[in-house]
Design a protein around this ligand. Structure first.
Ligand SMILES: Cc1cc2nc3c(=O)[nH]c(=O)nc-3n(C[C@H](O)[C@H](O)[C@H](O)COP(=O)(O)OP(=O)(O)OC[C@H]3O[C@@H](n4cnc5c(N)ncnc54)[C@H](O)[C@@H]3O)c2cc1C
Length: 363
């Protein structure tokens, strides 16, 4: 009989998906978490931290606060073989089971205090500007415009999006309601236009030009276009044929990389046909953690849990009080979805799921 904790489970990526698996399995196997950051970030709350940097005290959680037992490797994975993960700092980490949870690539600071400092700088940039240009009308651009419009109503905010409507990942009714809300807060929205970020200076002001020939005066800009998937490290690896054309990992109903018994993928990095959401990444993590526990403890194949794609459900916050919600057959906006998401942005709830106090910051 193998001892339970002899199995090595390597998890690559410490976002919500990888962190939940690390937390769940740490007392059942030898778990090694690889992440370039020493902390887990509640990413969907990051825009609030730009207008209120102290908010980040609760959204940046050192991995060691919830992952007390296993090994933490603070480096990026750069390659993988049939038996090992190779890291940027030259380590070769052997695995019996591998969980890939590298979501989106975002080059943020490695150390928590530096990330908080970055939010303070972004906040200063907002406070010291009279006019702000936001580039990108997906969830990040819309939520940032909402945060600034509510907390700094005197700022002139312009949002430029290259597509025909905002929030293209959900329905057009949600986009219309969002556009109306932004206009009611004096945010100017320009659709079907791209911006040249090489601005000219006109005396004191920066002038940006769009593909439609418009000029936008703004003291600063924030680029809120989508981030690439965190799968470039797999492109020359044994898993190169397991990526689809977008760079997402092809998985089966057990969330295993297709055709592999001991390699799983979860969260935003998978090709599961559903909206990429943190609460779904958590559900996938729970399925994999459960299956891995059964496999490690000698369970039979037929006991394995499967994961089914979920129908559309998304809430986009519009500042601190309002939101627009896309439900399977309904779109609603205003204070009710705002009450669900926009006050705390699910931060207290997520901290509780990680076994931490929703309010008190442990150091
Ligand atoms: C503006 C906005 C609002 C959102 N609102 C919501 C919401 O209300 N509700 C909701 O459920 N979801 C929301 N989401 C979506 C949610 O943020 C994501 O679905 C979720 O963060 C995905 O988690 P993940 O763990 O798969 O990936 P990520 O959060 O992207 O984490 C990936 C991790 O992998 C690490 N990594 C990357 N490359 C490597 C590498 N080579 N080696 C090692 N580690 C690596 C990264 O450092 C990171 O820690 C929102 C997203 C945005 C942008």
């Amino acid at each position: 009989m193998r001892k339970l904790n002899e199995e090595r489970v390597v998890i690559v990526g410490g976002g919500i998906a990888g962190s939940i698996v690390a937390k769940s399995l740490q007392f059942h196997a030898h778990v090694i978490l690889i992440d370039p950051k020493e902390y887990f970030e509640i990413t969907w709350a990051s825009l609030r931290s730009m207008v209120e940097p102290s908010f980040a005290e609760r959204t940046l959680i050192n991995h060691r606060q919830y992952f007390t037992k296993g090994d933490l490797v603070t480096s990026s994975a750069v390659n993988v073989t049939e038996t090992e993960v190779l890291t940027a700092d030259g380590q070769k980490i052997a695995y019996d089971y591998l969980v890939i949870a590298t979501g989106h690539a975002d080059p943020v600071p490695k150390i928590r205090s530096e990330r908080i400092h970055q939010y303070k700088e972004e906040n200063e940039k907002i406070k010291s500007s009279r006019s702000i240009l936001i580039v990108g009308g997906g969830p990040t651009g819309v939520e940032l415009a909402g945060e600034i419009a509510v907390d700094f109503p005197d700022k002139k905010v312009t949002l430029v999006h290259k597509g025909p409507r905002l929030l293209e990942f959900i329905g057009s009714k949600a986009a219309d309601k969002t556009l109306r809300w932004l206009k009611s807060k004096n945010v100017e929205v320009k659709l079907n236009q791209a911006v040249n970020l090489n601005s000219d200076t006109d005396g004191h002001n920066k002038i940006y030009r769009t593909s439609a020939g418009d000029t936008i005066e703004a003291d600063c800009h924030f680029l809120c276009t989508g981030k690439p998937f965190g799968s470039s490290w797999l492109k020359e690896s044994v898993l190169k044929n397991d990526l689809d054309v977008r760079g997402m990992i092809k998985v089966d109903e057990n969330l295993r990389v297709r055709g592999r018994n001991n390699i799983f993928a979860i969260g935003d990095i998978t090709n599961i046909p559903e909206i990429k959401q943190g609460f779904l990444a958590q559900k996938q993590a729970e399925v994999v953690a459960k299956n891995l526990r059964m496999m490690i403890e000698g369970g039979k194949e037929c006991w394995r849990e499967t994961y089914k794609p979920h129908s559309v459900l998304a809430i986009v916050s519009l500042g601190r009080y309002d939101a627009v919600a896309q439900l399977p057959f309904l779109t609603i906006s205003g204070r009710i979805p705002g009450y669900i998401k926009s006050g705390d942005l699910f931060v207290g709830r997520t901290r509780k799921q990680m076994g931490l106090s929703p309010h008190i910051v442990e150091t």
